[in-house]
Write a protein that binds this ligand. Structure first.
Ligand code: NI
Length: 173
């Protein structure tokens, strides 16, 4: 298991559309394991391929936050939202590629999604609230979209400038 380096916004790879996964092999399995390890290490509840510079349509998530509940590590490959609720849900989102910045984002409160698992089997499930938010946030990553793209331009620019400063500081260390 390897904790991979998480890219920080702004980075051109975070703006690109990722390619479908075609090979369900040992490398993909290793990638899934590494991505879960990287997400838990951060810690975060979701991580998409482009965030570690892998331009493939894969993301991992586990929205169980309580220590009393059993973890639910999930690896979703070539995911697709097939239905969204009319009801909306607002959550103060963050992102491992935009550290320590949070903002309210409105998204459908429930979604149905389809994906392929690491064994190559097609899966589908209905997700609600935080899980639904996470699925939509991560699929956005695969389409080169960040949660700050939903914010007003001024707020987005402010966050981007903070991240540019953070990256300069990190580069100096
Ligand atoms: Ni994110």
């Amino acid at each position: 298991m390897t904790v991979r380096k998480i890219l920080i916004h702004p980075d051109p790879r975070l703006k690109k559309v990722a390619e479908p996964v075609t090979d369900f092999d040992d490398d993909l399995r290793q990638l899934g394991v590494d991505m879960l390890e990287t997400m838990y290490d951060a810690p975060g509840i979701g991580l998409a391929g482009p965030q570690i510079g892998v331009m493939k349509r894969i993301f991992v998530m586990d929205c169980i936050k309580s220590e009393d509940e059993k973890p639910r590590p999930m690896v979703l490959i070539n995911p697709k939202v097939t239905w969204t609720s009319e009801e909306m849900f607002t959550y103060e989102e963050g992102c491992l590629s935009i550290p320590d910045q949070y903002a309210d984002v409105d998204r459908p409160a429930a979604v149905k999604a389809e994906w392929t698992d690491l064994d190559g089997h097609r899966q589908s499930e209905r997700f609600e609230e935080l899980w639904a938010t996470c699925v939509q946030h991560e699929i956005d990553h695969l389409d080169g979209k960040l949660f700050i793209d939903y914010l007003k331009p001024l707020k987005r620019q402010m966050i981007t400038r903070k991240m540019q400063k953070l990256k300069r500081e990190l580069a100096r260390d």
